[in-house]
Ligand binder design. Structure first.
Ligand code: KG4
Ligand code: ZN
Length: 347
């Protein structure tokens, strides 16, 4: 029997609803319908995510998106076997929207419900790509709030190898972009400007590059970018900004690449999965691709449209957990959310 999972993502500034089908033969689940609304334009005016506005917008968008995902899949609500939602980490009010809708729907349909860890969604999202990975692998999780290297031995078997001790890589992109006068979200904007710059123009720090462990630190980089940004403020020429953007991107990417290679060495594994919003960065993809090819390691990514937040990865994570027998979906429809939730604590 196949399992049809309707997944809701509402942890931050994207509302995502998707339908994933897992077949009983253990094959990788398939994405049947995927609807997404990004709040980026709404928050851009404020230079970052405004939590209360995020929650209200999730409420407005979630049901039309659910209809859209079902229509795309040619399915109806009655076909859904399991309802999944992002239980955490994320903004409490935003999470509650997805959790509330998923549990209400589950209760109305008489179907079980499963709360999923947002980062587990990111981590497993490459399984929806044309070139899915195999366990075990090293995962580099680089989102707006997290930067972690993990050893992944199977669904639900995650061991943290290293993580950031301050800012996340996405945060470093976003904060540096702000210092360069770029809009929100800063990562893609900084990457675009970096295309026109010289990455060797500014010697920026590579924090913890030689620390001997697999931890990251990006707060010092932000301070260095601030110092340089002040020097070029008000200059009539655009080139220094592009050079600083390129140098910033190079610093972040070099640290991510070198630490990922160290994690492969430390685990003896030859497969790397890159997930989370920063995984969309083309420089990171190019440099990681080259470095891993040199040592005969494979790199797997989610499809580009599944790098940032989406409902598909939540439906997928729920399907894989149930398929692997590591989660028992609930039928009591009582729910909570976990705004802070370390990934190695998923039961
Ligand atoms: O995974 P994600 O969509 O949301 C979280 O769960 O945090 O990641 C968002 C982060 C933001 O910091 C954004 O600036 C960054 O991913 N990002 C990028 C790119 N696309 C998104 N950073 C660098 N280059 C990109 N192309
Ligand atoms: Zn995310």
């Amino acid at each position: 029997m196949s399992l049809l999972v309707l997944g809701f993502e509402s942890s931050c500034d994207e509302t995502g609803v998707a339908l994933v089908q897992a077949d009983a033969n253990g094959a990788v689940p398939r994405l049947l319908g995927d609807a997404l609304h990004s709040q980026v334009a709404m928050h851009a005016e404020y230079g970052g995510v405004v939590p209360e506005l995020a929650s209200r917008d999730h409420i407005r968008r979630v049901l039309p998106l659910a209809r859209q995902a079902l229509a795309q899949a040619g399915k109806g609500l009655a076909d859904v076997d399991l309802v999944a939602f992002t239980r955490g980490p994320g903004l409490a009010g935003a999470l509650l929207v997805g959790a509330g809708v998923a549990c209400a729907l589950g209760a109305a349909l008489g179907r079980p419900v499963l709360g999923v860890h947002h980062l587990e969604g990111h981590l497993l999202s490459p399984f929806l790509s044309a070139d899915p990975p195999e366990f075990p692998f090293v995962a580099l999780l680089v989102s707006g709030g997290h930067t972690q290297l993990m050893r992944v031995d199977g669904v639900g078997r995650y061991h943290i190898l290293g993580e950031t001790i301050d800012d996340a890589a996405g945060e470093a992109f976003d904060k540096s972009a702000k210092l360069l006068g770029l809009g929100y979200p800063g990562g893609p904007a900084l990457a675009r400007l970096a295309d026109f710059g010289d990455a060797t123009a500014y010697a920026l720090p590579r924090p913890l590059l030689h620390s001997g462990d697999l931890n990251f630190s990006f707060a010092g980089l932000k301070t260095a970018v601030l110092t340089q940004a002040r020097k070029i403020e008000g200059l009539p020429c655009e080139q220094p900004r592009a050079d600083l953007a390129a140098s910033t991107q190079a610093a972040i990417v070099e640290v991510l690449v070198k630490k990922s290679l160290k994690a492969l060495d430390a685990t003896g594994l030859a497969r790397l999965v890159v997930a989370g919003g920063v995984g969309a960065n083309q420089q990171l993809r190019a440099d990681l691709g080259r470095a891993c090819a040199r040592r005969g390691a494979r790199v797997h990514y989610p499809e580009l449209h599944l790098c940032t937040d989406n409902g598909a990865m939540i439906a997928l994570a729920a399907a894989l957990r149930v398929q692997a027998g590591v989660s028992q979906p609930a039928r009591d429809y009582a729910f909570d959310v976990r705004p802070r939730w370390p990934l190695d604590q998923v039961a």
